[in-house]
Design a protein around this ligand. Structure first.
Ligand code: SF4
Length: 89
């Protein structure tokens, strides 16, 4: 995720984001196929709750991936297949 787009200091929870380093087109995807890498990252993200609280996708009319869902104009996009979760190690 491009942290500058969130306008947050780099020493916040965003440093632990599992999507850190993914291309913006994956995190801010409009279509499920493009969002797949970010959705997969969300499944193992330790800061998903903070992400959802900060982005507040429904009230911010967010477009992109947040907390394991793809959003379009603040509405969760129904996905036909969800990415597999990684097995716990
Ligand atoms: S929940 Fe998903 S979009 Fe949010 S920081 Fe984690 S990996 Fe990124």
């Amino acid at each position: 995720m491009d942290l500058s787009l969130l306008a947050l200091p780099s020493d916040t929870w965003t440093r632990s984001a599992a999507c850190l380093g993914l291309p913006p087109e994956a995190v801010f995807a409009r279509r499920p196929a493009e969002a797949a890498p970010a959705l997969t990252a969300c499944a193992r993200c330790p800061v998903a709750r903070q992400c959802e609280q900060t982005v507040a996708p429904a009230s911010s009319w967010f477009d992109g991936v947040c907390a394991g869902r793809l959003w379009h104009n603040g509405r969760a996009v129904a996905l036909t297949r969800r990415p597999r979760r990684r097995a716990a190690t």
